[in-house]
Design a protein around this ligand. Structure first.
Ligand code: ADP
Ligand code: MG
Length: 697
């Protein structure tokens, strides 16, 4: 097997490949485009395309695809071969600059929230040269952005690139004002930690709910869950270890910096964390990682579940979005340094983030809203639906001292003694890890922890970049004409911390008292997707996006509609799946079992009145009663689904109806179904049990 450094990036047309294979002038022109966003000449594009194609053919490719991230939440691709007839019945392999730069997928079936209906039916994809092309399964993948013909954004990448541009511009202005004139570009960086479940493919194939919805809609708890905490960081089973090794290899080939792997809290749950990189690439890489995970799992006879809550009763899966800002001069702007009390620049950026999170808490909540993630937020396994931020004892004390004008005493790094001579003493990290906060400062970055595992990380990062850019721009306007800049900056920091301290919370976010306290502080508690997404179109949010040119008013409305509609569709599919399972499998299964019990009881009685039949009779009675309730509830759910059509004209009411009137009945139906499962003989139950799913690998 190839050594890792040779393997790494071997399927990527990266900078080194460009340097090797492009004429110098072409390489320089392309670099300019990548670094400064300058448009690319067609003649240059032709040369790049040809070199890319030759490289791709060497890697076994016959096709190319424009790879994009429409608003479905997954990536999209359409493969075209390189073949071109040469006139005498033969073909040659060709790829032009035009084909590299622009594609025209049939866009009519992608969600657009009504945008395309009112404008143009077509859409096009454009090459994003800031994310490298790569070869995978015989196809050259070209990362692209997706727009309508009239320029409306139809994807997640375009607004992400725009938001990165915005924060760069505004951060540079502030830094230049503070005297850092050599800073010309600022980049946000992200390292997303990805959680997932692995279960046996044979078991998966027997569960309609997993197949149709990605989560179990029924299923009584196994006798053992996660209460022993014996899975977290536990030894990795052979089959899982070989999956992980294979996965690392595939990811490394694609230039993805897969770094850490371990078992997570729930049985069968695992995590993969990459080393951070620029936000745009981190997003592409996270999408690829999820896709490759699924594929490699299949090779191992496994299924990778990325749903946020595949199993009730054990933890679901999330994604931690580690986010920071750094300059082209190599400085991490969120690094407080040794003496944060004297680091005015750090304080100013921190103040901008505190203000941003406070003013746009709704947008952060919206950015992580999904039908799947609704099961996690606030369920004591993930941060609550209330957005707040954790700064840790040290920074918290610093902010307090700034607000109160008192002296700041650093708690410093407490030396911890391990008490064992052979182990070196280590310094306790001053930003102690608060695992319950949705938005925690972790030394030199913020960790946004409310993301669901299946989410495309573009949206939360669009929000973060844009809202911080907005605050920095306001700061700049306030400071630019100051006669005493130093005093003005200090006053601004103090004012900002004072006005926005309500968003800072260093305590336990899982505690019920926090819900009350947060309400007193006026923080939002948006419990479900419809509750959250409702605020997408609040005037202040529309102002933010339009002023910063991330979305037009139409584009925001489109996203609002897509989110709500998609939510309703997901709940609808889940409800229909439950009805199908109930009627086709569960009711017949319990009926058969009751029949067997009845036959047994009757047979016993026929033999002799002296043989007790109370066990059978009790079970027959209990299951028959449940069966009546279950069947009634199924009918109720069917009616609830039919009732939704009344709300179709109003997308918000429609989504809320699904939450309040369909989802609630599903929960009740599940409870009865699960109770029947516990009383029915395993041989009769139509589905693999929780035990078989969670402990079957
Ligand atoms: P944890 O204990 O939460 O797993 P780590 O320090 O191991 O924390 O980092 C978790 C993630 O944060 C990794 O993906 C890492 O690459 C990422 N990370 C570290 N520094 C930065 C940074 N400056 N910007 C963005 N992400 C970062
Ligand atoms: Mg983690």
């Amino acid at each position: 097997m190839a050594k890792v450094p040779e393997l790494f990036g071997s399927m990527v047309f990266n900078d080194q490949m460009m340097l090797e294979r492009l004429p110098k002038a072409t390489y320089k022109a392309l670099k300019k485009t990548i670094q400064n966003g300058e448009p690319l000449d067609e003649s240059v594009a032709n040369v790049v395309a040809s070199a890319m194609k030759d490289w791709a053919i060497e890697k076994g490719c016959t096709h190319y695809t424009h790879w994009f991230q429409p608003m479905t939440g997954i990536t999209a691709e359409k493969h075209d071969s390189f073949i071109t007839p040469n006139g005498d019945g033969q073909v040659i392999m060709e790829f032009s600059g035009k084909e590299l730069v622009k594609g025209e997928p049939d866009a009519s079936s992608f969600p657009s929230g009504g945008i395309r209906a009112t404008f143009e039916a077509r859409g096009y994809t454009t090459w994003d040269p800031t994310s490298y092309a790569f070869a995978k399964d015989g196809t050259l993948y070209i990362p692209t952005a997706f727009c309508s013909y009239t320029g409306e954004v139809l994807d997640k990448k375009t607004p992400l690139l725009r938001s990165m541009e915005r924060i760069s511009t505004e951060a540079c202005k502030v830094l230049n004002l503070l005297g850092k004139t050599d800073v010309t570009r600022v980049t946000t960086t992200v390292g997303p930690e990805q959680e997932y479940f692995l279960i046996d493919k044979d078991v998966y194939d027997q569960r309609k709910d997993l197949i149709y919805t990605g989560r179990t809609l029924f299923g009584a708890k196994a006798p053992k869950g996660q209460e022993l905490d014996d899975h977290y960081f536990g030894a990795i089973k052979t089959r899982v270890a070989s999956f992980m090794a294979d996965l690392d290899n595939e990811l490394w080939k694609l230039g993805i910096l897969a770094k850490t792997k371990h078992n997570e809290v729930a049985p069968s749950q695992h995590e993969l964390a990459p080393i951070f990189t620029t936000t745009n690439i981190a997003t592409d890489h996270n999408e690829l990682t999820m896709e490759v995970m699924k594929k490699i799992a299949e090779k191992h006879g496994l299924v990778c579940l990325l749903h946020e809550k595949p199993f009730a009763g054990v933890n679901g899966s999330g994604k931690h979005n580690n986010w920071s800002i750094s300059t082209n001069t190599g400085e991490n702007l969120l690094d407080p340094g040794k003496t944060p009390e004297n680091n005015i620049q750090f304080q100013l950026f921190l103040a901008a983030i505190v203000k941003a999170v406070h003013e746009y808490q709704d947008l952060l909540r919206i950015s992580v809203a999904s039908a799947g993630n609704d099961h996690r937020l606030g369920a004591n396994e993930a941060p609550p639906a209330i957005i707040s931020m954790y700064l840790g004892d040290d920074l918290g004390a610093l902010v307090d001292s700034i607000i109160n004008g008192t002296e700041y005493v650093s708690k410093g790094k407490i030396k911890m003694s391990t008490g064992v001579d052979v182990l070196p003493d280590f310094k306790k990290d001053t930003s102690d890890r608060n695992r319950t906060s949705p938005f925690a400062f972790t030394g030199n970055k913020f960790e946004f922890r409310a993301l669901g595992s299946a989410l495309n990380i573009a949206c939360p990062n669009i929000m973060l970049n844009t809202m911080v850019a907005e605050e920095l721009s306001e700061f700049y306007d306030e400071l630019k004409d100051a006669s005493d800049l130093d005093a003005a900056v200090k006053a601004l920091i103090k004012k900002t911390f004072t006005e926005h301290q309500a968003i800072i919370f260093n305590g336990n976010n899982y505690a019920p008292e926090w819900v009350e306290e947060a309400e007193k502080r006026g923080l939002l508690n948006l419990k479900s997707l419809p509750d959250a997404v409702e605020h997408y179109i609040d005037q202040k949010n529309i102002d933010l996006f339009t002023k910063n040119k991330i979305y037009s008013v139409d584009e925001i409305h489109a996203r609002y509609e897509i989110e709500l509609e998609n939510y309703a569709k997901i709940i609808n599919i889940e409800a229909l799946t439950m009805i199908d399972m109930a009627k086709k499998d569960m009711i017949p299964a319990v009926t058969s079992y009751v029949r067997e019990l009845t036959d047994t009881a009757l047979a016993k009685k026929a033999l002799s009145d002296a043989i007790p039949t109370s066990v059978e009779e009790d079970l027959i009675t209990s299951l028959s009663n449940k069966l009546v309730c279950f069947s009634k509830k199924t009918a109720e759910l069917e009616n609830a689904v039919i009732g939704a059509s009344e709300y179709e004209g109003d997308v918000l009411a429609y989504a809320k109806y699904y939450r309040e009137s369909v989802f609630s009945v599903m929960t009740e139906l599940r409870a009865i179904g699960d109770a029947m499962e516990t009383e029915t003989a395993a041989d009769y139950w139509p589905y693999p049990s929780y035990g078989e799913m969670l402990y079957g690998v």
